[in-house]
Write a protein that binds this ligand. Structure first.
Ligand code: F0G
Length: 401
């Protein structure tokens, strides 16, 4: 069994209470298991397919989950980029290979399953795109309704297409993501829709399995996990999961949790660098990496602990660095990711240059979303195909043959 626990005041709540913050103090909630009472056999885990549900004993869902076989994503050894950056053991966990093309599917298979267990028939979220795409997919699979609030004009085309084709009620807000989240939170509290943003602790339970899979795939713990940070849910989720593995005696040390943000949208980086206990919201976040264009990260409280407790760090990269790394990953490693995802590797490059990451470290970057999520940014960066007449001389001439 599990319960909900406030990360600030420690108050406990029943697992079927529909709350997104501590009713007593307003801080974030986490799902808490009695780990000692769980019968977990690691060899049994190894026999199951690599996926979110391999780890079902430390997930909150009791019945049959709503699943599209999420997780089990590839962990690639980046030999060319690693050589260039001087890191022998550099890996990318390609979360773009999930059913809807981002890591959000891990959260939604759990979140939508919990919605059904709690008797909810309408789910909702605000989103910079991927959360809405994933919610639309899992609501469709579950046969329930999804309402998604999007910041107008700031969601990549592929993500909008997904929300639409999977049948979500998509609403564009003339405002940014932070405002959309405030609105959907209020809507869910006042009208009984089930909120599936990462403030919902059940959703983060699914996302923690990224860390579990990395350890199973590597056969050990990396020294560092680097990921792009927006609302700061994913970094918090992975950290929580790894703490649980440590409490279960399966690993000894935690990797240094390292968050990368875009320069125009870096409240977590500022808080870490200035040693603040809370983030100062960024009123007008801006970046080409629209997935992480977020000024008020709701999970900041958890993320700051994740970074500080593990001796990790946070760093910001420019849009130019993000786009250059997106192209490097595509051309030197054959890995296609959206801009936000390239931020993790751009961050590694910067942190190696600054001497913060040691070349001997074993570093895993989480690349969070697929290239095809945001085709427009790619087309803006690359030269278009060369158009010629449909004859062989023209072809040979353009190829200088
Ligand atoms: N990378 C991608 C591709 C994302 O879509 C997001 C978040 C992040 C990184 C950051 O993760 O919020 O857990 O720190 N996208 C959310 C959305 C906000 O609405 O799709 P985080």
């Amino acid at each position: 069994m599990h319960q909900l626990t406030c990360v600030h005041c420690g108050a406990h709540y029943r697992p079927d209470e529909i709350i997104y913050q501590c009713p007593r103090c307003g801080h974030l909630l986490a799902v808490d298991y009695d780990l000692d009472s769980l019968a977990i056999d690691r060899r049994e885990w190894q026999k199951r397919p690599l996926s979110v549900w391999r780890y079902r004993e430390i997930l909150p869902v009791r019945g049959t989950p709503v699943t599209l076989q999420e997780g089990g994503t590839p962990l690639y050894h980046l030999t060319t980029l690693g050589r260039e950056l001087g890191i022998r053991e550099l890996y990318a966990k390609h979360e773009g290979m999930n059913p809807s093309g981002s890591f959000k599917d891990r959260g939604m298979t759990v979140g939508v399953s919990m919605a059904l267990e709690l008797g909810k028939r309408t789910v909702a979220c605000a989103s910079t795109g991927n959360t809405s795409a994933s919610l639309a997919v899992y609501a469709a699979k579950a046969g329930i309704h999804a309402v998604v609030l999007l910041p107008s004009g700031k969601v990549a085309l592929g993500k909008v297409a997904q929300a639409l084709i999977h049948g979500a009620n998509a609403i564009s807000i003339r405002g940014n993501f932070d405002r959309a989240l405030e609105m959907v939170h209020e809507l869910c509290t006042t009208h009984g829709l089930y909120l599936l943003n990462s403030i919902n602790p059940y959703r983060l339970e699914g996302q923690k399995t990224i860390g579990f899979e990395v350890i199973d795939q590597l056969g050990g713990t990396p020294d560092r996990i680097v990921l792009p940070v927006g609302n700061a849910g994913n970094i918090s989720a992975i950290h929580k999961g790894l703490r649980e593995l440590r409490a279960l005696g399966m690993i000894e040390n935690l990797p240094r949790m390292t968050g990368i943000q875009a320069e125009g949208s870096q409240p977590i980086v500022n808080a870490i660098k200035r040693g603040l206990s809370e983030v100062v919201p960024e009123q007008h976040p801006e970046t080409v990496a629209t997935a992480i264009r977020i000024g008020t990260p709701v999970n900041a409280e958890k993320a700051l602990v994740a970074i500080r407790e593990t001796g990790g760090t946070a760093e910001a990269v420019s849009d130019a660095e993000i786009l250059a790394m997106q192209q490097d990953l595509a051309r030197k490693e054959g890995i296609g990711v959206e801009p936000a995802s390239a931020a993790s590797l751009a961050g590694v490059k910067k942190l190696v240059a600054l001497g913060v990451i040691d070349p001997d470290e074993r570093v895993v970057c989480v690349v969070t979303g697929h290239l095809l999520k945001d085709p427009e940014t790619v087309v803006r960066q690359c030269k278009p195909p060369i158009e010629i007449d449909a004859d062989m001389p023209s072809l040979c001439s353009v190829l200088r043959l």
